[in-house]
Design a protein around this ligand. Sequence first.
Ligand SMILES: [Zn+2]
Ligand SMILES: [Zn+2]
Length: 286
Amino acid sequence: MPHPIPLFLPFMSLFITSLNSGSNGNCYYIGNDTEAVLVDAGISCRETEKRMKRLGLDMSKIKAVFISHEHGDHISGVETLANKYRLPVYITAATLANSRLRINTQLVRGFAAYEPVSIGDLSVLAFPKLHDAIDPHSFVISHKGVNVGVFTDIGSPCKHVIENFGKCHIAFLEANYDEYMLENGRYPIHLKRRISGDKGHLSNNQALELFIKHKHPELSLLYLSHLSKDNNSPHLALDLFASFAEDTDIAVASRYKETPVSRVPTGIAATNTDISPAETVQMSLF
Ligand SMILES: [Zn+2]
Ligand SMILES: [Zn+2]
C-alpha cells in the first residue's frame, strides 16, 4: 500500500548567532531544533549563559564545543563551560598541548581535518587555515543541506578556506582591519606586520575579494566578524560590502554583544528549493 502523502512537508530550522566576535572573545552558536554546537568559547561561562538567556536559547541544547586554536580570545571560557555542563570539547592534541586548559580528560575529543564529526543531526567539518597558532582550523557545520561556516583568524585565504567558504549558505567571515587604518594607526610596526602577515588576520579588502570571487550563489547571510576595535569600524566594513552584496544580507558580528538569532529553514522544504533568506528573530525561540 503506498504511503499517504503528508499534508505538510516536514522541515526543521537552523539557529545561528554570534555570542561575541573580536579579539576580546569569540563564541559562535549553530544549532537545530534539538542540538547545537559552539565554535570556540572565548567569553566567560557566565557571560555565555547570560547572552544565551537573553536570546532565548537553552544551554541544554549545546552538545559540544569545537576549538579553532589556542589563542585566549577563543578558549578563555571553555574550561569552566565544559566542566560545568560536562560538554565534550573537540580540540586537536597540538592545540591542547599549547594551551593551559585543564579540561576533565573524559571530555576531551580529538578531530582531524576533513573527517566530519556528527553531533546529533549536525555534521561538523574541520579544515586547516593559515594563522599564527600551532594547529589552527576552521569549521563548516552542516544540517540537511545547509552549510554554515566560521572563518575567522585567517592570515590569507588558502585553498581550504576558499573551497569551504564557497560551500556556505551562511558564513561568519573575518574582516579584521582596514588597511589604511592599520598602516597609519598607533600599533608598533612588528604588530602591524603580524596582523597583516600571511598568518595574521584578514583585512576588509581580503574578505571582500574572497566574498566577490568565491561566495556560494545562494549565500544568504554574511556576518563580518572579528573586527578590530582600533583598526576598523562596523560602518566602514558594512559600507565597503554594501555595493557588492547583491542577494546576500550583510551584518556585523559585534565585539560588544550577541547578534539576534537568525533562523534558516532546513530539510525537505529547504533542500528542494533555494535557501530562503535568513530570518532574524529576536524573540524567545523555545
Ligand atoms: Zn581571534
Ligand atoms: Zn587567533
